[in-house]
Design a protein around this ligand. Sequence first.
Ligand SMILES: NC(=O)c1ccc[n+]([C@@H]2O[C@H](COP(=O)([O-])OP(=O)(O)OC[C@H]3O[C@@H](n4cnc5c(N)ncnc54)[C@H](OP(=O)(O)O)[C@@H]3O)[C@@H](O)[C@H]2O)c1
Length: 240
Amino acid sequence: MNILLTGASRGLGFATASKLLADGHDLWLLGRSLSEPLRKLIDDYPNCVQFQACDLQDVESLRATLSAWGRQDNFRLDGVVNNAGVAYDDLVTNSNLTEIEAMFRTNVFAPIEITRFAIRNMLLHQTAGSMVHVSSICARKGYKGLSMYAATKGALESFSRGIAREWGSRGIRSNCVVPGFMETDMSASLTEEQRSKIYQRTSLGMATDIESVASTIVFLLGPESRSITGQDIVVDSGTI
Ligand SMILES: NC(=O)c1ccc[n+]([C@@H]2O[C@H](COP(=O)([O-])OP(=O)(O)OC[C@H]3O[C@@H](n4cnc5c(N)ncnc54)[C@H](OP(=O)(O)O)[C@@H]3O)[C@@H](O)[C@H]2O)c1
């Protein structure tokens, strides 16, 4: 499969890229930076990865990248993973509109733009493709300081369901994966006490395993999930 994936430099995106490459797929990666682990991974799979540096907040640069890829004959998308995201953590009473707008550009507007482009590509090549968007358990359960971040993920989930309805007749699917708290850079600033409180809210009493989330994304991209669309698959250690 040809898969477009955002935010593969680290965390969940890197784990997902590793799995997809190990399974023999070709990747089109969009991200701000080529991290050292990602550079090594790409070296391990020569000819299977196209990486383009792109800040997802910059819609003009995003459009230019997608258009340039679209002109390549081998750019025939089977799937997309809208993974890149940022979390602006503060109480709404302290919130800064510039920060909120930047987060919405990365977490919501860029996935919409990528989806628009990907669906056009799938229609052009008559591909029954699969869109996977990475949401967050924050969209469903309240966490102090994360209400504005939760709003971006709630928007993404609603968008995904609408896309499933709009394009299902053409065989195109759209689903969200909804992870609980994972041990990545995004959650690195949490104190031990905050971590412990978050994990106590889960049935398994532990962080969400990144590999478990990445495997769910891979499953939703592939043919074994062919009857699943418009769904939000929660992978969160059983948050109560
Ligand atoms: N960690 C959690 O507990 C958790 C829980 C639920 C959901 N999620 C969601 O899971 C997804 C992956 O998160 P993660 O934990 O793996 O986070 P992470 O380790 O912080 O990685 C975030 C990725 O997004 C990329 N990114 C951020 N802003 C970007 C921009 N403007 N343009 C291009 N790329 C950008 C980063 O690239 P750079 O290296 O260039 O910064 C990085 O590759 C996100 O959508 C997040 O909201 C995370």
